[in-house]
Design a protein around this ligand. Structure first.
Ligand code: BMA
Length: 324
């Protein structure tokens, strides 16, 4: 029997309310969550997922990505219209963006639902108006995050392929791949399997793009426990999964090697908007981490697939969790 109830790590400080919700968006918005965040100069930028429709009627009509900006990473202002969406005969939507800044450009990893499977994409933007798609994976793959610099001469990413055929059920792991040009990806290696994470029995996946520390690459990941005893939680009739955020440290020169991992969740669902209200309760989905000059790490996460939240911790405390 897997343990299913956890609390957040003691070093985690959650903000007393979400940082962005549908009420902050000046256009049709129902669920605002799973955002990517970057600090560019003095400004914080957030690309958030918006599943629009009618929140009160519990109707969802589609997904677009919106942009918000902030001076302090806490108070956000959304721009007046969505900035990125794709939908045609083949493509259903793009979602779950993650941001990485390199050489003054912002790279956006995203998931794309298509008629022929889920693809992981990478786009680049300089103005958050035009997004140039650089690569799209074969299905099924998603939760890609880019490292903020080349490693051993190659661009590097973490990703989460979804091998249903050989395993017959969800059992998805965290992988590492390299590229000479952000377009062609290969030399893939397994980083962590579901079996390596004590608080997962279903799947794991990369969360926020890694941050560099002198002890290694700090990564946030999500981990899923499926509990068949769970009844109805949120809008869905049978939502049986619980998502946690985890934290691990990868080798600086070879990030496919795990140096350490905290054996319990870093962030667990606890607050009312994480456990009681919204679409799919008990979902913590980290998508952005910012290391501040004073050692504070801002960790942004979607909660209950409904709102966007922020927790903070000191970087040394996070490293210590991974190494102890
Ligand atoms: C995953 C993705 C995420 C979502 C999570 C929980 O499979 O679809 O976008 O947050 O499920 O519903």
């Amino acid at each position: 029997m897997i343990r299913t109830k956890y609390n957040s790590a003691p070093c985690i400080r959650k903000l007393e309310r979400p940082v962005l919700t549908k009420d902050d968006i000046p256009y049709n918005a129902a669920l605002i969550f799973n955002a990517g965040v970057a600090k560019i100069g003095d400004e914080y930028v957030m690309l958030f997922r918006n599943d629009y429709g009618d929140y009160d009627q519990q109707i969802l009509r589609g997904t677009d990505l919106g942009l918000a900006r902030s001076k302090d990473g806490i108070h956000w202002t959304a721009s007046d219209k969505p900035c990125f969406a794709m939908r045609d005969e083949e493509i259903g939507r793009v979602y779950d963006p993650r941001l990485t800044v390199m050489d003054g450009k912002c790279y956006v990893c995203f998931a794309m639902d298509t008629r022929h499977g889920i693809r992981g994409g990478i786009a680049v933007t300089e103005d958050f108006e035009t997004f140039n798609i650089l690569s799209l994976s074969t299905p099924d793959n998603r939760n890609m995050v880019l490292f903020p610099e080349k490693i051993g001469g190659y661009y590097a990413r973490l990703e989460r392929p979804m091998p249903i055929y050989s395993r017959g059920r969800d059992r998805f792991d965290l992988w590492y791949s390299e590229s000479p040009d952000l377009k062609f990806w290969g030399n893939s290696k397994l980083v962590m399997g579901v079996e390596d994470v004590p608080f997962a029995n279903d799947k794991i996946g990369p969360g926020a793009p890694p941050i560099k520390t002198d002890k290694g690459w700090l990564i946030a990941f999500h981990s899923v426990i499926r509990d068949n005893e769970r009844g109805k939680h949120g809008w869905e009739d049978r939502w049986q999964k619980c998502y946690y955020a985890g934290i691990a440290l990868l080798d600086l020169e070879d990030p496919s090697k795990v140096i350490g991992m905290y054996k319990e969740p870093l962030i667990a669902p606890e607050l009312p908007w994480e456990t009681e209200e919204g679409f799919r309760t008990h979902v913590i989905f980290p998508g952005g981490m910012i290391l501040e000059p004073d050692g504070e790490v801002k960790i942004y996460y979607g909660a209950a697939d409904t709102v966007e939240c922020l927790a903070t911790a000191n970087v040394d405390d996070l490293i210590k969790l991974c190494l102890d």
